[in-house]
Design a binder for this molecule. Structure first.
Ligand SMILES: [Zn+2]
Ligand SMILES: [Zn+2]
Length: 237
């Protein structure tokens, strides 16, 4: 009986076409090989903050990280925040189409195979008011998927957002820092190493502020795992 159910489930999944083109059978993460090849995979990037660095050497630390070492150990991401990843993230975040998150989390998990593993995985939290409006935290859905896949504990309660801050997208880097200051709170003792999961990293202000708070509470190694990273020219928009 169980075997039959499993077979039906498998057939059902195999018959679903690629979630991007809707045409070809999926190769992995519900996406076909041709669409996978066309995704904006991150190329050369800063080894610390994953800022995409075109036309530079492979092992590179960006000027900003050289000038001031970020409080997190490393950012890991599979993609640049460009089409169609930006569309999928937006649909998942604002249109309730959360079914796009699992394939994206799956592709992120493949990037983590050689990465150091943390003792705990947490999402970038939403303020309770915003969580109420949206009814889910897209970062938490991705973090849960990764925690299950990597068999690492997950916490949705260790870090909370205490201030309902203005949307970061409307602010420049300096204003973003000020906007976020003291808006996160760690309500327990974190383990030595923590991975913080988010959908997109833009300037890295949120990642830096959360890392600062977690370190203050006793964590030592902070890893930032995100689905996509914006390139510098997009920060200014
Ligand atoms: Zn496809
Ligand atoms: Zn950097």
């Amino acid at each position: 009986m169980i075997k039959q159910y499993k077979n039906n489930w498998l057939l059902f999944n195999l018959s679903q076409p690629c979630i991007l083109c809707g045409l070809r059978p999926p190769a992995e993460a519900q996406i076909c090989q041709a669409c996978l090849d066309d995704l904006p995979w991150i190329g050369n990037a800063c080894l610390r903050c994953a800022e995409p660095m075109h036309h530079t050497a492979l092992s590179f630390i960006c000027p900003q990280c050289q000038q001031k070492s970020p409080p997190f150990h490393q950012v890991i991401t599979p993609f640049e925040y460009r089409f169609p990843i930006d569309q999928l993230v937006q649909l998942a975040k604002f249109n309730g189409q959360t079914h796009y998150l699992n394939p994206l989390a799956e592709l992120l998990s493949q990037r983590l195979q050689a990465a150091p593993m943390p003792e705990l995985i947490i999402p970038v939290p939403l303020h309770s008011k915003r969580l109420q409006e949206r009814q889910y935290n897209q970062a938490a859905l991705v973090a849960k998927h990764l925690a299950r896949k990597l068999d690492i504990p997950f916490s949705n309660t260790l870090l909370i957002k205490t201030a309902n801050t203005q949307h970061q997208a409307d602010l420049d880097r300096k204003a973003r820092r000020k906007n976020l200051r003291n808006s996160f709170q760690c309500v327990g003792t974190p383990p030595t190493s923590v991975a913080v999961v988010d959908d997109v990293m833009t300037t890295g202000t949120t990642a830096a502020e959360i890392s600062r708070v977690l370190k203050q509470a006793g964590a030592q190694q902070i890893y930032i795992w995100v689905i996509a990273r914006t390139a510098k020219e997009l920060h200014l928009r």
